[in-house]
Design a protein around this ligand. Structure first.
Ligand code: NAP
Length: 516
């Protein structure tokens, strides 16, 4: 099928059912992909619980100026829902959000969505083999719980001395204040990640001054973005195979990064040369600024960023890059690490998300009464990046060690969705009420993943990144080619799980109850 991009519509949200077979938490790409998969299996007894008043996840929430994807659109979309109408090679946030809305419409997911239904707590009831899911709209029971909350959900604010005394405006890039006019303001931006490098060039021309507080310079490469021509779009509409090939080309190109990042460290010199040349070309006259913006770690250790606008914005007369740190925030200024005071009206945090300490982990209570956050105190881990020891019938999409630094996360989500579908089919056909991964298989797989990570740029590249947890362990990234992950989750092997036979009294409600 193909999708067209329409304007987003608001969701109408029905009553919360008492019981479902599957409760999906979140309606971002994970939740949407999971729901489409369930419908393909003719599973209609599910609900999508969404905190906000509309679908979309991080692509609904991140509305900062310049927000766009740095994975080409042909690949940053569902394989089952190609969009021949992408307007650019790298789609912008409004277009991606509209795409999500279109998929929701086309697959008839709207009746399954319950907005304003933030999951406050979910507790495994072993006797009933059900999750008791407490939401902002009431409680429901679910045999299976799919957490599609994603790692880029909860904004992370920096802990800066005196920040609470600041009398100007403060906000996070993921909670952009469009009601606040930045024109003519003295703006401070904290952070130099994927978000900051996109909004800084958009706000710098409007500011009286912009001071960027950089803790670590990112590697920035040219962004090969361009409009997709009308002729190309017509071709993709008439000949879907052409778009499939375009997608395959992007996929293969992106996978090749793994060679440098993981297997062949000798290749890492090439992107380094490209990055340094890009910096020199864009800031030809200011060696001191170039030195400040030159990373001292290997390309790929942190996410590689793509921009043709970031360096020129920092080279503008009204922009300043401070690399000495932040000593304190005062009511109308920030004092940097050298003691220089910068007068500012607004502080924008481009400081990222709670990735290795996701809020959902505080809200899930497993079979021994422990919260997932406690279980993960020594670091996140899962089996196949999806199921978790001590937490029966829980699936986490984009779970531990399934994130990517090189390719489309939607590919990983689709791989996981396939795994969950197989699990649900097997639970039904083999009469299992519950399953939970066996500790030895979880341990063995995680040891293997950590072994594989050794020697990769993500652990040995000489940087600190959000890929690592507080103990320095990389619990977020899949360390290899994505097709190897897909192969690993191709089938749900029940031998890897402790299973509980179905309880006759615990039948689920009418299969048609939710979505009709
Ligand atoms: P991020 O990559 O985690 O970057 C956060 C930035 O804030 C880093 O530069 C970090 O410095 C800095 N920072 C954090 N705490 C700080 C503190 N206390 N003092 C000073 N600086 C501090 O966050 P993000 O830019 O929001 O991006 C997160 C992820 O979202 C990306 O990696 C990507 O996966 C995704 N994303 C993708 C796109 C896209 O597709 N184009 C766009 C936006 C986001 P250090 O580097 O020193 O830690």
């Amino acid at each position: 099928m193909s999708t067209t991009v329409d304007a987003p519509q608001s969701i109408t949200s029905g009553p919360l059912p008492d019981e479902v077979r599957v409760a999906i938490v979140g309606s971002g790409f994970s939740g949407i992909g999971m729901a489409v998969g369930l419908l393909e299996d003719d599973e209609r007894n599910f609900v999508i619980l969404e905190t906000a008043d509309d679908i979309g996840g991080t692509w609904r929430d991140n509305v900062y100026p310049g927000c766009a994807c740095d994975v080409p659109s042909h690949m940053y979309s569902f394989s089952f829902a190609p969009n021949p109408n992408w307007s650019r090679s790298f789609a912008t946030q409004p277009e991606i959000w509209a795409y999500q809305q279109t998929v929701v419409e086309r697959f008839g997911l709207r009746p399954y969505v319950r907005t304003g239904a933030e999951v406050v707590e979910a507790t495994w009831d072993a006797a009933a083999a059900r999750w008791i899911v407490r939401t902002a709209r009431g409680t429901l029971r679910a045999q299976f719980l799919v957490a599609g909350t994603g790692p880029l959900c909860e904004p992370k604010y920096p802990d800066l001395p005196g920040l609470d005394t600041f009398e100007g405006t403060v906000f996070h890039s993921a909670r952009w204040r469009h009601d606040h006019d930045l024109s003519g303001e003295r703006i401070a931006v904290i952070g130099t990640g994927a978000s900051a490098i996109q909004f800084v060039p958009r706000i710098q021309p409007r500011a009286t001054s912009l001071v960027l507080f950089q803790r670590t310079p990112p590697w920035v490469l040219p962004r090969p973005d361009r409009p997709i021509t009308g002729a190309e779009r017509a071709l993709f509409r008439r000949l879907p195979l052409a778009q499939k090939l375009a997608r395959l080309g992007v996929y293969a190109g992106r996978e090749s990064f793994v060679l440098a990042f993981n297997h062949l460290s000798g290749l890492r010199g090439l992107p380094r040369v490209l990055g340094l040349a890009h910096l020199r070309r864009q800031i030809p006259d200011d060696a001191a600024l170039r030195a400040k913006l030159t990373p001292d770690y290997q390309v790929g250790c942190k996410r590689v960023l793509l921009s043709n606008e970031y360096f020129p914005a920092l080279n503008a007369d009204n922009a300043d890059v401070v690399a000495s740190g932040i000593r304190e925030v005062r009511p109308h200024s920030i004092v940097d690490g050298d003691g220089v005071e910068h007068e500012v009206d607004t502080i924008i945090h481009g400081t990222g998300f709670h990735v290795t300490d996701q809020p959902i982990a505080d809200r899930l209570i497993g079979e021994d009464g422990r919260r997932l956050a406690e279980h993960w105190r020594q670091g996140m881990e899962a089996y196949r990046g999806t199921t978790i020891q001590g937490f029966p019938n829980l699936f986490m999409l984009v779970g531990p060690n399934t994130g990517l630094g090189h390719n489309s996360i939607i590919y990983m989500i689709e791989s996981q969705v396939g795994y969950v579908r197989d699990a649900l089919r097997k639970a039904r056909s083999r009469g299992f009420a519950a399953f939970v991964p066996r500790p030895p298989v979880v341990e063995a797989e995680n040891e293997e993943i950590q072994r594989r990570l050794q020697g990769t740029v993500w652990t040995e590249g000489g940087c600190a990144s959000w890929y690592q947890d507080a103990r320095g362990r990389n619990t977020t990234l899949w360390p290899d080619f994505t097709f190897l992950y897909r192969r690993r989750v191709r089938s749900f092997d029940t031998d890897d799980y402790e299973t509980t036979p179905a309880l006759p009294e615990a039948e689920t409600v009418d299969a048609e109850a939710v979505g009709v």
